[in-house]
Design a protein around this ligand. Sequence first.
Ligand code: ADP
Ligand code: MG
Length: 599
Amino acid sequence: MPTIKILSENVANKIAAGEVVERPASVVKELIENSIDAGSDEIVITVKSGGKGLIQVIDNGCGMNSDDAVLCFERHATSKISSWEDLQRVRSFGFRGEALASISSVSDVELKTKTTIEEVGTIVRMHAGNISEVTKEASLQGTTMTVKNLFYNVPARRNFLKTNNTEFRHITSVIKKFAMAYPAVEFTLFHEDEKIFQLRKADLPARLEKVIGKDIMSYTLTLDVEQFGTHVKGYLSKPSFSYKTKGEQYLFLNGRPIVNRTVNFAVFSAYGHSIPKGDKPFFVLFLESKPEDFDVNVHPAKAEVKFKDEQLLYRTMFHAVRDSMSTDSMIPSLTRPPVNESDPEKTNLSLDLHTQKESLRMPLGSGMQSSGQGSDSGTQSEDDVARFFETPEEEKRAIQTQLTQPKQAVNLSSLVWQLHNRYIISQIKSGLAIIDQHVAHERILYERALDAFEKNPIFSQQLLFPQTLEFSAEDFSILEEFLPLVERLGFVIKKFGKRTVVVEAVPADVRLGNEQKILTEMINEYKINSYNDLDPRDNLAKSFSCKSAIKSGDPLTVDEMNSLIDQLFACKFPYVCPHGRPIIIQLSLEELDKRFMRI
Ligand code: ADP
Ligand code: MG
C-alpha cells in the first residue's frame, strides 16, 4: 500500500511552475507584470538565445527592502493582497505570490533591488529554489531580475522548447501587448546584445502607430463607448481592411492582456457580412470594468478571465462595435504616403540605423547588471520599430488589394467604361477603380431588401402581362408562409388554385423575366432556414439580391453605370458583397507608374 506524504516545498513549487512557466516568454510576462505593479515607467528587457540563455528585466519601480528581497521567492509571498476581500478588488497584475517561487524553482535567479529609503541595494541569488547567497551592493533604485538556465532541472520542458527564433517571437509578442497597454512606460529590448527597439513614453495613438504600424492604424475606426458599467475604447479595422488570418486581435481588461471568446464573437458578429468570409477584423480594445464584474483567478497565468455576465458583455461589445461602424463613413482615408524605395532620404535613414545598431551592442558583464537602462543613444526610427512588429508581407498584400476609394473621388468623375459587359472601370482621383457590376448590384439590393423587411418596403412595378407561375405543393405552402416578406420586397402575388400564383408586380429595380428563379431560390433558402430554426430574413435578402442583380454579361449604359456607382456608395458597406467577395479593386497611379518603371 502506498502511504501519503506531504510534498516538500521545493517539489510543490516545481509542479506549480509547470502551470505558470511554460516557456521563456512566460518568465518575461511575469517579470514585466511585477515591474509594472511596482510602478515602473522604464523597463529594459534583455534576452539571449530566445530566453533560454538569459532573461533579464530591469525596472525603475519601487524596489524591495532587504527583508522582502529574501521573502519574495517564497510561495504565496505577495505584497498585493492580504485578504480574500482584497482579491475581489485587485487591480494589480499579481496577487497569487507564486511567480517568483515558480521561476526560481526551475532556473538560476539573481535579484538586485533597492528602495528609495535604503542606502544600498540587496542582491539575492537563488539556485534550485533555495537562496544561495545574499549580499549588499550600491545600486540604483528599482529591481533587476536575471534568470539563467531556465528549465535546467526540468529536461522534459527544456527539450520541448522551440528554436531560439520561435521562443524570441513569443517573447516579443508578450512585450508588444504590454507596450500597447502601457504607452506611458518606456520599453527597451535587447536580444543577443543587440538593441532591437526602444519605445519611448508616448500617448496611446502614438504608441500604437509604432507598435502596430502607421499604415494599419490609418485604416482603423475609433471606438469609445461606455455601456452597462463597462468602458470600451480602442481601434477596429474598417470593414474594407480585414485580415486573412487571425492573430491581430488585442484585448485588454483594466490593462491586462486577456483572451475572451465572447468578446471575439461579439466583434465578429458586429462586422457581419461587411467583411469577406474567413477574414478576421483587426482590433485593439481596452475594456475598463469594475473588478467585481469579472474573475481573473481562473488560471495561474491569468490569460483567461471569467465575466460574471457574459451575455451582457456580448451585448455591450456588439453594440459598441456596431455603433462605431455606423457612425463612421466606412470609407478608408487614403492618407498613407507612398513608400518610395529609391527615396534618397529613406536610404540614408536606414543606413544610419544600421550603423547605430552596430554601435549599440551592449556589454553584459558577469555581474549581469546591464548598462542598458541609461543608454539611449540609439533613437530608432518609427518605421523601424513598426517593421519589427509588422504583419507578414503576404497578409499585407491581401489587405492592400481590398483597399478602396473614397466616395468623393468616385463621384468626381463621370468617366466610366464597361469592360466585356462585366466590369465597370472608372477614373478616380488616385488612379483607377474596377467595379464588378454583378456584386455591386447585389450589395445594393441586399441592403435594400434588409431595409424593406425592417422599415421601407420596395416600390413595385406593375407587369403589363401578369405572370402565372406553378410550384410543387410543398414549395407553394412555403411561399404562402413567407408571402408577407416577399410583398415587402415589392412583389404583388395572388394565389390562384392550389399550386399556382399570379405575379402582378415585381420590385421596381428588378429586370423582368427572372421572377420564377428569384422566388424558387427564396423558397429553398426559407426551407433551409426554418429547418434550422434561424431567422430567414438575412438569407432571403441574400438570395433575392443574388438572383435579382444584373448579371455579368449584361450590357449597361453610361447612365446605368453611374447610377449603379452612386447607389453603391450610398450603401452601408460598399466594399464587399453579401457573400464576402470584393466589389471594388483599385489600381493606384503609383502602382501603374511602378509597373511601367517610371519610378
Ligand atoms: P505576485 O506578483 O503575485 O505578488 P510574485 O511572485 O510575482 O507574486 O512576486 C512576489 C512579490 O515580490 C510581489 O508581491 C512584490 O512585492 C515583490 N516583487 C516582485 N517583483 C518586484 C519588482 N520588480 N519590484 C518590486 N517588487 C517586486
Ligand atoms: Mg507577479
